[in-house]
Write a protein that binds this ligand. Structure first.
Ligand SMILES: [Zn+2]
Length: 320
């Protein structure tokens, strides 16, 4: 990495460690690499390239369409499946949501994109106020369009804005629940973002964060999977330990818990292992309970060992 200035997005160290990957999917410049920090070991894009214009133009969705041939309708379909599954997990994760008539509960989905998760949350908790925040105006507009034919949800609001220091200060301690689904890995200051997200919480509130898992065991089982794993959209590649450390740096007094979470199904996994290539335009992303006993065992083992494809973290605010 000689000739390129390195600065760790977690610890600000200027000491670069080993190169993890010279190939970054979607890097049209051909100049990006993935390296480890020589001080804390965090794995990141170098340089940590971020383009707000990319997200404004819905670049990540366009890349999935381009790279895997996935139809836009399939992406929308999968997004709804994920939104429902995310809601259903709160009970499993021991996160209390207000039942029935309880009002006054407020939630914000940061980087909420089209707003599907916000829509599910607002529908399931009719007495809560739900806000979806996304920096991209075009994604918010597209979301409104995609939900235009659905019944109106009075307690859901979508806003095109960015969670920066000013926003966090302005909305300090206004929310009981803050969610960030696959957002943290996209930005060049993960500690600052978590600090701002944590600021939004009331005492007793919970911040929920999900990111891809650097310790996904499929990386070792399928070279083709590994080749596609590092991508221009992702600046940070978190291990369970470094995700926890990031939260600790942002909120040292919080109660922090990191667990494994498996997003994609067993047929997608086997396809990568057996054929060493993607499953195609419609990968196995099922809804509901595991279909087979072997799937239940496989999921439980991977999540327990934190070798699943994603990591889920809760950061609970214990004091003001
Ligand atoms: Zn570092």
């Amino acid at each position: 990495m000689s000739g390129k200035e390195f600065s760790c997005v977690l610890c600000n160290s200027g000491t670069v460690g080993v190169t993890t990957s010279d190939f970054v999917k979607g890097d049209k410049s051909g100049t990006l690499a993935v390296v480890e920090c020589g001080t804390c070991g965090h794995c990141q894009l170098n340089p940590p390239f971020y383009s707000s214009d990319f997200y404004e133009k819905d670049g990540q969705v366009n890349n999935v369409i381009e790279n895997y041939g996935t139809a836009f309708e399939t992406i929308v379909n999968h997004s709804w499946v994920e939104a429902r599954r995310r809601f259903d997990r709160f009970a499993d994760q021991g996160i209390d949501l207000p039942a029935g008539e309880t009002s006054g509960f407020t939630a914000i989905d940061v980087g909420g994109g089209y707003g599907f998760f916000g829509n599910i949350l607002a529908n399931k908790l009719p007495n809560a106020e739900v806000l979806v925040l996304d920096p991209s105006k075009s994604r918010i507009e597209k979301g409104r369009e995609l939900m235009a034919d659905l019944p109106a949800v009075a307690n859901l609001d979508l806003a095109a804005d960015f969670l920066d220091d000013a926003y966090a200060e302005q909305h300090r301690a206004q929310f009981d629940l803050v969610t960030m689904w696959h957002v943290l890995e996209h930005l060049d200051d993960p500690v600052g973002l978590l600090r701002n997200a944590f600021k939004l919480l009331r005492k007793g509130g919970t911040l929920c964060v999900e990111v891809p898992n650097r310790n996904d065991e499929l990386m070792a089982l399928s070279p083709a999977f590994r080749d596609r794993w590092f991508m221009v959209e992702h600046i940070s590649y978190f291990t369970p330990a470094l995700l926890e450390k990031t939260a600790w740096m942002a909120a040292p007094d919080a109660s922090i818990k990191v667990t494994g979470y498996q997003r994609y199904g067993i047929f997608n996994y086997f396809h990568w292992v057996h054929f060493n290539k993607p499953q195609g335009e419609n990968p196995d992303l099922f809804e509901g309970k595991d279909r087979l006993w072997i799937e239940t065992t496989w999921r439980a083992a991977r999540e327990a060992a934190c070798t699943s494809d994603a990591l889920f973290m809760t950061v609970k605010k214990l004091a003001d």
